[in-house]
Write a protein that binds this ligand. Structure first.
Ligand SMILES: Cc1cc2nc3c(=O)[nH]c(=O)nc-3n(C[C@H](O)[C@H](O)[C@H](O)COP(=O)(O)O)c2cc1C
Length: 307
């Protein structure tokens, strides 16, 4: 389970609750979110700038998790190139007992744009010697993952957008790491089966068919990226309301259509352009948390977000 938090006491209590209810085998702390509504108050990717606060949050989580539940940290290079935090974050995570540190090779300002800077992952791997360093950014295939590990020396990889609409990427990664050439190459018919299963699981999860099918819409676009599905059909798939509706539309597809190859490989998902980092006024001036900033952070507790 991944947690986003800005307050050591709250994070501690959250981890205790997860443990009491035996909800997770592993807890990851998210210090990578670039979304303005989170960073505006000092949360997510801009939080590690405040080193003491960062230390207290990670330590609280590690203590509350106990020896059986590993706590890992995920972060970015920093706020921007002039305000990098990944080295300190790695050293602190290692010092206070995190089980691993994952680095997304972009700054908050970069959001998801451009290429991830794998050289930062190399640098972190050289700096952090006691816990595994996991690399993240621009892994679209098993080959990319192997290349990242060879290039940076990192101990494992974290996948983001590459698995959107391609959940079998993990099978490819497992095969690649095992030195096998096998790659999953689904036909349109295979995609229809996977999509149908995804819909069933979402219905089970939400216990609400309409809501599940609405959630599925974005996945549909990702699943069919690169497959020969016309614009009109894509539009109809993006407006479905029920499982019966999905079935009817899937039946109209050319299910024998083979894996389209390179058209479905490579970058996918959100990329965008660099964006100014939205931080509390005066945030970058000091690496210590002022009282005024501490108050704003509490307000950030009320928000939820990914990224
Ligand atoms: C729509 C979206 C939602 C995301 N949500 C999370 C999240 O909740 N937690 C997290 O650690 N990273 C989140 N990320 C970031 C990814 O995990 C990953 O760090 C980033 O996309 C870079 O890896 P990639 O180049 O493989 O996509 C999100 C990314 C996107 C595009």
């Amino acid at each position: 389970m991944q947690l986003y938090g800005v307050d050591p006491a709250t994070v501690r209590r959250a981890v205790e609750m997860i443990r009491e209810r035996d909800l997770a085998d592993h807890i990851d702390l998210n210090f990578g979110c670039p979304v303005p509504k989170v960073t505006r108050r000092g949360g997510g990717g801009v939080l590690p700038w405040k080193t003491e606060l960062f230390t207290r949050i990670v330590r609280a989580a590690v203590e509350a998790a106990g020896p059986e539940v590993p706590v890992t940290v995920k972060t970015r290079i920093g706020i921007d190139d002039d305000h990098q935090t990944f080295r300190d974050a790695g050293l602190i995570a290692q010092e206070v007992g995190a089980a691993a540190i994952a680095l997304h090779g972009r700054t908050v300002v970069q959001h998801y744009s451009g290429n991830a800077r794998w050289d930062a992952i190399t640098e972190l791997k050289e700096l952090i010697t006691d816990i595994p360093v996991l690399g993240n950014g621009d892994i679209w295939s098993a080959e990319d993952a192997i290349e990242m590990m060879e290039q940076t020396g990192c101990d494992g990889v974290v996948v983001g957008r590459g698995c959107q609409g391609r959940p079998w990427l993990f099978a490819d990664l497992a095969a690649g790491f095992a030195g096998k050439p096998d790659r999953v190459q689904p036909s349109m018919g295979d995609i229809a089966v996977i999509l149908r299963r995804h819909a069933e699981l979402l219905i089970e999860f939400f216990e609400d068919e309409g809501r599940a099918l609405r959630d599925l819409r974005k996945h549909v676009a990702w699943y069919f990226k690169g497959y020969p599905v016309g614009g009109e059909m894509r539009h109809r798939l993006a407006t479905m309301e029920s499982l019966a509706d999905l079935d009817a539309k899937l039946a109209e597809l050319d299910l024998d259509s083979p894996y389209p190859g390179s058209a479905v490989e490579g970058p996918r998902g959100r990329a965008g352009t660099p964006k100014k980092a939205v931080v509390p006024e005066g945030w970058m001036a000091s690496r210590e948390l002022s009282d005024a900033h501490a108050t704003r952070l509490h307000e950030a507790e009320l928000d939820t977000s990914g990224g």
